[in-house]
Write a protein that binds this ligand. Structure first.
Ligand SMILES: [Zn+2]
Length: 248
């Protein structure tokens, strides 16, 4: 595939969508999402860009597998979302190296297209936060248990303080917004850890027999971000921040 052609398509869509005012912000934040994707796997085809790994088949036989991986930068609006640019993950490198090149390019070529970038737990890296900060963009990344220090500090703080509670449609939110310092070696500044416990009640058809029943789904989210606090500590601002974090 010709990557420049794909990037031209992203550029065209962006230009047209912007001109026709199809793009919109999420509560004043223009959101970009960065994520890794796997594209093709094959035991045969091999090109210079193939990554390789060994897979164990059902019969225990080991086989070399070739695959392609790329990172994508998505402009994610409440109305439309589309892929702005992609970057291959080359043989021998990880997703972050590819994402770093991708971010450098979109920061250079689309300096006004986004104000915050969201990534999964992999993107909780000082290199990523610092690169974005250098270009005056904020970062949000999912916080996973592997990041022990931040994770445990956020959990201890949640035990000590009351969450803000609110309801949106069928979901009840309990949200904590902690400011944490000294728990992220390599990133010298305080970060916000937002913890959201969400309980959604859905009314569904009963599997057996007639009538309806309520199904309760629980989701626990944690994000790390350097988004600034709003001057007034208003519930609406926290609600908006949680919604922005969920844009990915
Ligand atoms: Zn290949």
């Amino acid at each position: 595939m010709d990557l420049d052609k794909i990037r031209d398509a992203g550029r065209e869509i962006y230009k047209t969508a912007r001109k026709k005012k199809m793009l919109s912000s999420c509560h004043g934040m223009w959101v970009g999402v960065v994520d890794g994707h796997e594209q093709v796997t094959s035991p045969y085809c091999k090109c210079p860009y193939c990554k390789t790994r060994t897979v164990t088949k059902k019969n225990g036989q080991k086989e070399l597998q070739y695959y392609h991986q790329y990172t994508a930068f998505i402009l994610a609006g409440p109305k439309i979302s589309f892929i702005l640019d992609i970057e291959p993950v080359l043989p021998g490198e990880g997703e972050i190296s590819s994402a770093y090149r991708l971010l450098e390019r979109v920061l250079r070529e689309y300096p006004k297209a986004f104000s915050v970038v969201i990534g999964d737990g992999l993107y909780l890296k000082e290199t990523v936060f610092n690169l974005l900060k250098k270009h005056h963009k904020y970062a949000i990344s999912v916080l996973k248990e592997e990041r022990r220090q931040l994770f445990e500090e956020a959990n201890s703080l949640s035990l000590l303080s009351e969450p803000k509670r609110y309801r949106e449609a069928n979901t009840e939110y309990r949200v904590w917004d902690h400011s944490i310092s000294g728990c992220w070696d390599g990133y010298g500044e305080d970060v916000r850890v937002i913890v959201s416990e969400e309980v959604t009640t859905r009314r569904v058809h009963k599997r057996k027999g007639g009538g309806f029943e309520n199904i309760v789904e629980r989701a626990n989210w944690m994000w790390v971000t350097n988004l600034p606090y709003s001057p007034q500590d208003k519930l609406d601002d926290l609600k908006n921040t949680v919604e922005i974090c969920h844009s990915a």
